[in-house]
Design a binder for this molecule. Structure first.
Ligand SMILES: Cc1cc2nc3c(=O)[nH]c(=O)nc-3n(C[C@H](O)[C@H](O)[C@H](O)COP(=O)(O)OP(=O)(O)OC[C@H]3O[C@@H](n4cnc5c(N)ncnc54)[C@H](O)[C@@H]3O)c2cc1C
Length: 458
């Protein structure tokens, strides 16, 4: 049922709650070391419940906040404990920002195994919520897949160590949304910096639909920018070539600045000063296309996971833009991408709402290393729909959720706005049952469970 039909029902308000601005817990705590963290969680301290852990706070849903109780911010737990350049591992506290980690690794000639956008997010947030980017080959998975050991503080303040000898437990703690315990420190696999070539293509949606299957199965890493109202897809294809040349930071920085700062600012202004929608959107789409054509295609030709960072502004763009991400089966994406174009056009015709930023997509390899991996059984394409326009967004994301459900979309508890609890329970099914049982064992008094998370994890 679409948003307009839902309006007369209670469900509209229920689903809108999960799309509105985040509630801030009345109490905020920001521990600076292990002892302070354990003390906050110690039942004797009587910290107001529930305790909801937050990293950079960039998730799109209420998974990282609580209206009552305590928001526990990890951003002061920001030590990089050890970089082991011989065994290719790094150990870092949960509040270290990915950008800081990537820069420190580069000084040792190392990089993360995958490429991850939004460098402002924290190590803890990137492990506990799905974090992915345009990875190449079978390394195109999640940040969490490379975690080999963690120190976790349980809901009762006890320290728990988990490592790769306890595969099932480690898999449950990856992508656990802070519902099983608080990640204090993690050790991840890293590798020597490797340069890739980046090529760009501009194609119609039909042409993209015709090639997406081969791309998904190939050894190429890809990210795409989808402009449904222009019938355009801009493809960013990454490969490890024999002689890729040097990878420089500057072009990627300019690209990032254009995409994540300049364009959203201009679009916000245009939305204020150009009242005629048709003129405004023509301008907006032309600017997006020009950026893709000039900046991305001409400027950025080689890169590495160390240089190709984007969204460096520590999650600030969250306030500038609105996001919702769903994962779709890669095997059906040739049909889904065409249906998405029709969906966007029909919503615009009916409600006059449309997103002003291109949707961004990534391939997610099949990856069962996390119990709640969105691509546990098969490869997926994650599509992030984004806009600078708040008016109409709440209804749009409800419609988008309906569309996604209809096309076999897998929701992410941290990123899919207006998701339905029944749908989450149905999709994650037995894996979620196991997760809930484990959660009840680790936190029998539900000290870490906010009402939002309780919908799926009680
Ligand atoms: C502009 C923008 C672009 C984005 N682009 C991408 C993208 O390209 N790819 C992508 O995958 N995601 C993207 N995201 C989504 C988001 O950045 C990720 O979900 C990210 O991993 C969250 O990290 P965070 O530090 O902000 O965590 P938060 O949002 O603070 O928390 C996320 C979840 O992790 C839990 N958590 C946080 N820290 C801990 C801890 N120490 N222990 C246990 N649990 C913890 C929280 O309780 C919450 O459930 C984007 C978001 C924005 C705003």
């Amino acid at each position: 049922m679409y948003a307009t039909e839902l309006k007369s029902t209670g469900e509209y308000y229920l689903r809108k709650i999960t799309t509105d601005a985040k509630p801030a817990g009345p109490v905020t705590r920001e521990p600076r070391n292990l002892n302070e963290l354990r003390k906050i969680l110690d039942p004797a301290t009587r910290t107001p419940l529930p305790i909801r852990v937050q990293g950079a706070g960039t998730a799109s849903t209420d998974c990282n906040a609580t209206e009552s109780g305590t928001t526990l911010k990890t951003t002061s737990l920001d030590d990089i404990v050890n970089i082991d350049a011989y065994n290719y591992t790094v150990t870092a506290q949960a509040g270290v920002r990915l950008e800081t980690l990537v820069t420190a690794l580069a000084e040792h000639g190392l990089e993360l195994v995958g490429g991850y956008d939004l460098q402002g997010r924290t190590v803890g947030g990137a492990i506990a919520a799905p974090c992915f980017g345009p990875g190449i080959g079978s390394n195109g998975g999640y940040f969490a897949s490379n975690v080999i050991a963690m120190k976790i503080i349980r809901a009762d303040g006890q320290l728990l160590k988990v490592d790769s000898t306890q595969e099932n437990l480690l898999g449950a703690f990856r992508t656990s949304f802070g519902a099983l315990g608080i990640i204090f420190e993690a050790t991840m696999r890293v590798r020597p910096i490797r340069t890739f070539t980046a090529t760009h293509r501009r194609v119609s949606i039909d042409k993209f639909a015709g090639s997406v299957d081969a791309l998904t199965k190939g050894d190429v890493g890809f990210k795409f920018y989808l402009m449904p109202y222009r019938d355009r897809v801009y493809l960013d294809l990454r490969r490890y070539d024999a002689d890729p040349g040097n990878a420089y930071n500057a072009p990627w920085r300019i690209k990032d600045w254009g995409e994540s700062t300049v364009l959203p600012h201009i679009f916000k202004s245009l939305n204020r000063v150009v009242p005629i929608q048709s003129v405004r959107y023509k301008l907006i789409d032309s600017l997006s296309e020009a950026t893709q054509g000039l900046v991305n295609s001409r400027l950025v030709r080689t890169g590495s996971n160390a240089t190709s960072q984007s969204n460096r502004n520590k999650g600030k763009s969250r306030r500038q833009c609105y996001y919702s991400t769903w994962c779709f089966p890669a095997a059906n994406f040739s049909m889904i991408v065409k249906a998405y174009k029709e969906f966007c056009e029909s919503i615009y015709a009916d409600s006059q709402y449309r997103c002003d930023l291109p949707a961004v997509g990534f391939r997610l390899c099949q990856d069962s290393s996390s119990l709640l991996s969105p691509s546990f059984d098969e490869a997926m394409i994650a599509v992030t729909t984004a806009s600078t326009q708040p008016k109409g967004w709440d209804d749009f994301v409800i419609d988008l959720a309906e569309f996604a459900e209809k096309w076999g979309g897998t929701p992410m508890i941290s990123q899919s706005r207006a998701l339905r609890a029944e749908h989450v329970i149905q999709i994650y099914s037995k894996r979620l049952d196991f997760f809930r049982r484990l959660r009840r064992q680790l936190d029998p008094d539900a000290r870490l469970l906010s009402p939002f998370l309780a919908q799926f994890c009680q």
